[in-house]
Design a protein around this ligand. Structure first.
Ligand SMILES: O=c1ccn([C@@H]2O[C@H](COP(=O)(O)OP(=O)(O)O[C@H]3O[C@H](CO)[C@@H](O)[C@H](O)[C@H]3O)[C@@H](O)[C@H]2O)c(=O)[nH]1
Ligand SMILES: [Mn+2]
Length: 597
């Protein structure tokens, strides 16, 4: 029922989009109008893209599938010893941005799964650059781990017990060391139990070999190293991958996932089950509009910072299917970045990875041709083309406002019937997004914050990702994996909890954000003043849409003005950012349009 209602609604929006395109095509101003003609052309291109992109997004809403696991049925059908072995991989790459205590908590959480340990020998592998005493559950564990991290040396007592760690000698370094494998708990040899007598799973520590001249292939390299070790130690048929910042929140998740893998009808085709990325540290009315959905899966490809997506796509193209499982009790809880800079950098990495995939032979349309359904190809492309949204969005939040300032009208007048499709498309699209947010449990404020982040991401992360992808294709730069920082300083955390946006240091991304915000503020104030002074309020009719658009951009940018002018704390925008954006905005306010458009 809901699906049919959505399809009907989507058809009306499509009609609106077509009418908008029709208006653009039939009302083109004469070439002699100069600036207006150019601005019109750009706006038509932007709207053409937005319409096309909206059609792509239909694919993920057209026929949704809802899954439920019945773990009781699983227990009824399979005896404990018939259940397949499961190996759990936890990767970590850098002890400064990923504190070992965080990694240890994640490892402990996955060791606590409700799953027959004797049978499955759940292998929790830690891939870590510095040694740590992960299995020691003493009350002074934190101190000891931290002292190992700070000194970079393992105490002799551990060396004696755990000989693998002795390979961390004076001569090894972060980027240059042999493979180190240490079985911390061996479920095979003796019955390893915790203080309460519960059986513990096998726990293995692996630091893969690293040499300065060899490419590490980021997380994909880690996972493949873990797969090799696991094939020797346990050779379990099922692998589970958890990021070091994503701890288990439900001891039943393995059994839930197995319901799909063991399903009598569908299991033959199912290669991976993914759980959504949920975050624990997100506060009420989160300023950044988290959570961000991503995936966890198995099987790994190199050559792209989005190893998960490219591998998942390849698996699908080989005829396998996947399951997205989003149970009411969250399977995993992770750490969301709590500063704007971190979030934007994380999104830049994702966007760049997606665009790389879309432009390569692994593009969902090329690789997936005749192998996966069109809907799935489109679904992949929704993220695949994130980057391409940057140019039309940047255009839409600058040019109409500048034209407003200069008295150039680009939209139907307030009295024109052509205004209806524009208004309908915008109101319909945003109401739909608000309803979806509310259904996911977000508050209206969170939705509003998410719209702001949507704008920021498009004009910064997406834009820089597009530019860097072009640079990479020209051979100027190489792509990298910028780890998301998992430590936040306490003052910044306090500000986050109060719902303040964290800017802080200088960044080109902040310059773009501040410039767009300032430009719109200037256009709105000067534009309204001009209309009132010279032409009277009646003339606002021709500019109505642009005035509203400009005012909305100003409204959504409120935290930016705060950070530019009002805030005194260290999370505000640095003076250098304000200065540069002012210097960019000034000329546009003074010069007549004909000179730059
Ligand atoms: O060179 C690297 C870089 C990262 N990692 C690990 O990869 C995981 C994810 O890294 P993180 O910095 O937390 O990135 P996120 O953006 O939070 O991760 C999302 O995006 C990644 C792809 O970009 C996916 O691999 C993740 O599953 C997904 O949660 C962590 O366990 C890291 O330790 C490595 O092992 N080696
Ligand atoms: Mn992460």
């Amino acid at each position: 029922m809901a699906t049919h209602a959505y399809r009907l609604f989507a058809s009306t929006v499509l009609a609106g989009v077509l009418l908008v395109w029709l208006y653009r095509a039939t009302h083109v101003p004469s070439r002699s109008s100069g600036a207006r003609w150019w601005a019109w052309l750009g706006l038509s291109a932007a709207e053409l893209w937005f319409g096309f992109y909206w059609v792509l997004t239909l694919s993920v809403r057209w026929s949704p599938v809802y899954r439920r696991a019945f773990p009781d049925q699983l227990s009824r059908r399979y005896k404990e010893e018939q259940l397949p072995g499961v190996d759990i991989f936890v990767c970590t790459a850098d002890p400064t941005v990923e504190p070992p205590m965080l990694v240890i908590s994640t490892v402990l959480s996955v060791m606590a799964y409700d799953y027959p340990q004797e049978v499955c020998k759940a292998l929790a592998s830690i891939l870590q650059e510095v040694p740590s005493g992960a299995q020691e559950m003493h009350k002074d564990l934190t101190d000891r781990v931290n002292s190992v991290v700070n000194s970079g040396k393992i105490p002799d007592v551990s060396k004696y017990k755990l000989r693998g760690f002795s390979k961390w000698s004076e001569n090894t370094s972060f980027r240059d060391h042999p493979s180190i494998v240490q079985i911390l708990i061996d479920g095979n040899k003796r019955k390893a139990t915790d203080v309460d007598g519960n059986v513990l799973p096998t726990l293995v520590y692996l630091a893969r070999e690293k040499r300065p001249q060899e490419h590490r292939h980021f997380k994909a390299g880690s996972l493949n190293a873990l797969i090799r070790v696991s094939s020797v130690i346990s050779n379990s048929p099922v692998i589970m991958n958890v990021d070091c910042d994503m701890y288990s929140n439900n001891s039943g998740s393995i059994r839930d996932a197995l319901c799909f893998f063991q399903d009598e009808e569908q299991s033959q085709d199912i290669a991976f089950v993914q759980y959504p990325q949920n975050f624990e540290n997100v506060v009420h009315n989160d300023i950044y509009g988290n959570p961000i959905n991503s995936v966890n899966e198995k099987g790994v490809r190199y050559g792209c910072p989005l190893e998960d997506v490219i591998t998942g796509l390849q698996i699908q193209c080989r005829g396998w299917r996947s399951v997205y499982h989003n149970p009411p009790r969250k399977g995993f809880l992770g750490m969301a970045p709590t500063s704007l800079g971190q979030i934007l950098v994380q999104h830049k990495r994702w966007t760049e990875g997606f665009l790389q995939i879309s432009l390569s032979k692994y593009s969902p349309f090329l690789l997936g041709h005749r192998k996966i359904r069109l809907g799935l190809q489109m679904g992949y492309s929704v993220c695949g083309f994130w980057a391409l949204n940057s140019f039309p969005t940047l255009y839409y939040v600058t040019i109409p406002s500048l034209c407003f300032l200069n008295g150039i009208s680009l939209f139907p007048e307030i009295t024109s019937p052509w205004l209806v499709p524009f208004a309908y498309v915008v109101v319909a699209a945003y109401s739909c997004s608000l309803v979806e947010s509310r259904q996911c449990g977000d508050t209206a404020v969170e939705w509003w914050n998410a719209q702001r982040m949507w704008l920021f991401r498009r004009i910064t992360s997406y834009l820089l990702a597009a530019i860097d992808t072009i640079r990479r294709m020209l051979g100027i730069t190489e792509s990298g994996f910028t780890l998301t920082t998992k430590v936040t300083d306490s003052q910044a955390l306090e500000r986050y909890k109060k719902g303040m946006m964290e800017f802080g240091s200088f960044s080109a991304m902040f310059v773009i954000i501040a410039t767009v915000a300032l430009l719109n503020l200037a256009c709105m104030m000067l534009g309204v003043a001009k209309v009132l002074l010279h032409k009277g309020a009646m003339s606002l009719g021709a500019m109505f849409v642009q005035a509203v658009l400009c005012a909305l951009i100003v409204a959504i940018n409120f935290p930016v003005y705060e950070a530019l002018f009002l805030r005194k704390d260290s999370g505000g925008l640095p003076a250098s950012v304000s200065l540069i954006s002012l210097c960019i905005v000034m000329p546009f306010c003074i010069l007549p349009t004909n000179l730059y458009l």
